[in-house]
Design a protein around this ligand. Structure first.
Ligand SMILES: [Zn+2]
Length: 239
């Protein structure tokens, strides 16, 4: 897992920087506040401004440790630029992502350490989280909706730490996903996201500063996807 600028400074959404590589309609920047996406989270969106113009950043393409900011127009840009994250879209992803942690914490606690098998956050304010739950009663899963909203009302703080990968692997549930573990940093650390009083899990995404910053959540639907997979679909209220 790389350490992104948005990890160290989640509130820094606009940065003045320099184009270090370019092709028509895309740039690599010296520094960027954008989250590139991953683990079910969509990449940040936003805008690139330069002397005499601007273009929407419509996608991020990872090329190793370099991130191409793909522009909505085939312009060629060089030199000093300003890049700004779309704050509403960031907030939407952070709400969905934080609530994905909340439901996964409740499922882990109520269903004997059940792990995540997949997740996808969507731009329309919905998300799905898949769990390895061969036996669960869907009504018990549905009953988590008021509990999620209770955690939102409690406004629990969200904080971060880096711990050695071996320590992360040794603590049950810290690597919550059955399929993908976030890769360690160059110095062998894993980023841990803690919802204080509720949950800790390894994750490289963007989250709210506290759970109370989320709109309420509805559970839309629960699908059985194969013998082991239970898919829970969530939506933010009014989404
Ligand atoms: Zn996360």
């Amino acid at each position: 897992m790389s350490r992104y600028l948005c990890h160290e400074h989640p509130d820094l959404l606009t940065v003045e920087t320099r184009v270090v590589d370019a092709r028509p309609g895309a740039v690599v920047l010296e520094r960027t506040p954008f989250h590139p996406g991953g683990g079910g989270q969509l990449a940040d969106r936003g805008v690139l401004r330069w002397a005499g113009g601007e273009a929407r950043v419509s996608a991020i393409e990872a090329e190793g440790e370099r991130f191409w900011h793909v522009l909505a127009e085939p312009v060629e840009v060089a030199g000093i630029v300003e890049v700004a994250v779309d704050s509403a879209f960031r907030a939407l992803m952070a709400q969905l992502h934080t609530n994905a942690h909340v439901i996964s914490a409740l499922v882990f606690q109520r269903f004997q350490g059940a792990l995540i098998t997949g997740a996808q956050l969507n731009a329309d304010g919905t998300a799905r989280v898949d769990f390895d739950l061969p036996e669960a009663d869907n009504e018990r899963l549905r009953a988590l909706e008021p509990e999620i909203n209770d955690v939102i009302r409690q406004d629990l703080a969200v904080r971060y730490a880096y711990i050695p990968v071996a320590a992360a692997a040794a603590e049950p549930g810290l690597l919550r996903s059955r399929s993908v573990a976030p890769p360690p940093t160059a110095d062998g650390q894993v980023r841990i996201v803690e919802i204080v009083g509720l949950d800790r899990q390894a994750c490289g995404g963007t989250h709210l500063a506290s759970t109370g910053r989320s709109r309420p959540v509805r559970i839309l639907k629960i699908d059985n996807k194969g013998r082991h997979n239970r898919r829970v679909r969530l939506a933010l209220a009014d989404a």
